[in-house]
Design a protein. Structure first.
Length: 349
């Protein structure tokens, strides 16, 4: 009887604590992941996906300020900072004004913050959360801004932009507050409050060509690290779904989607156990103008056709689970994703 009393008391304290704190936010972006990529990935995965477990579904309009068809920089800026901007622009508006991202706002509210991607860490989407540059291709400038930032945890490729630079600086040596790890076991075992894991010197390879470690394992460990002592914000990107679309490669898309789906499952497991975590899964745009054109459901076989080697202007789904997830239903501009996350973050003020 006494044991039951203490269990109930602990549960009450956990509920009370969660009600007094702003929610954790896990934003997951499947780059280039339109509805066709999701549908095809689902049927190829035994007619199931972790996305079926979400509470609400919305649709996001992805156009940039100057084009109906966006790129990752403009769309990433819209979601990270709530402003429509020009294609190829990271973290600044059309008048060259720097914009504060949701990650930076969360950091100001004493959140832990992190970024985990399967591209280079200086690629357009992750860069939108910490950098402000007129061109997404200014990789060395973006790396410099990350080195001067206060992101608590980051994982991705692109080490050469930090230590093989034209200016001869080694930013890794300058980032004295960070612990840099060389492999997943070191990453998992590190107790450092600030940790960097640069997985490849340049662009990480596709999953079906051996990219390691897996995004689901990185997601599980990163969530455990960031949630130790306070609320957190993390952006996790399945970056190379987009690259498969550019290549018009169905096998490339499917392998990347399946890994991303496993990462989504890890995020949901964490959110269900925690009780105070908002999970949002969306895309910055669709890539390839992809259409599911045939297959066999029972055999998990699919066929697809492509209309482009670039992006399309289709709306993309937004899946949400947890506290404030109802905010994400409906049809809205991609800038509203920032607004809705901000509402959740500011809910306890």
């Amino acid at each position: 009887m006494r044991r039951l009393f203490y269990i109930l008391l602990l549960l009450y304290i956990q509920i009370l604590f969660s009600q007094e704190n702003s929610p954790n936010i896990i934003l997951m972006i499947g780059d280039g992941m339109g509805l066709s990529q999701i549908t095809t990935g689902m049927y190829a995965n035994g007619n199931k996906t972790s996305l079926e477990r979400f509470d609400y579904i919305g649709l996001s309009k992805t156009h940039s300020l100057d084009y109906l068809v966006t790129d990752s920089a403009a769309s990433g800026t819209a979601m990270a900072s709530g402003v429509k901007t020009l294609n190829r622009t990271v973290g600044i508006d059309e008048n060259n004004n720097k914009q504060k991202s949701i990650l930076e706002i969360c950091k100001e509210k004493n959140y832990n913050v992190g970024l985990v991607v399967t591209s280079e860490i200086v690629h357009a989407t992750p860069a939108c959360f910490y950098a402000n540059v007129p061109s997404r291709y200014d990789y060395e400038d973006i790396a410099l801004q990350l080195s001067e930032h206060n992101v608590d945890l980051f994982v991705g490729g692109g080490e050469k932009f930090f230590n093989k630079r034209k200016d001869k600086r080694n930013l890794l040596d300058e980032m004295t507050s960070y612990t840099f790890v060389d492999d997943f076991e070191e990453f998992k075992g590190s107790s450092s409050k600030k940790i960097g894991f640069l997985t490849y010197p340049g662009e990480p390879p596709p999953k079906n060509l051996g990219r390691k470690p897996s995004l689901d394992m990185l997601t599980e460990v990163s969530l455990r690290k960031l949630s130790k002592d306070k609320s957190f914000f993390i952006m996790i990107e399945g970056s190379q779904i987009d690259w498969g679309g550019h290549d018009n490669s169905l096998s490339y898309i499917l392998s990347e989607f399946k890994e991303f789906d496993l990462a989504i499952a890890k995020a949901l497991e964490f959110a269900k156990a925690d009780g105070n975590t908002l999970v949002i899964v969306t895309a910055d745009h669709e890539t390839g103008g992809m259409a599911l054109s045939g297959g066999n459901v029972k055999r998990s076989r699919v066929k697809a056709d492509f209309t482009s080697e670039s992006h399309s202007g289709s709306m993309v789904p937004v899946f949400s689970y947890g506290p404030y997830s109802e905010l994400f239903k409906g049809i809205y501009e991609n800038t509203a994703i920032f607004d809705k996350m901000l509402s959740a973050v500011m809910s306890k003020d």
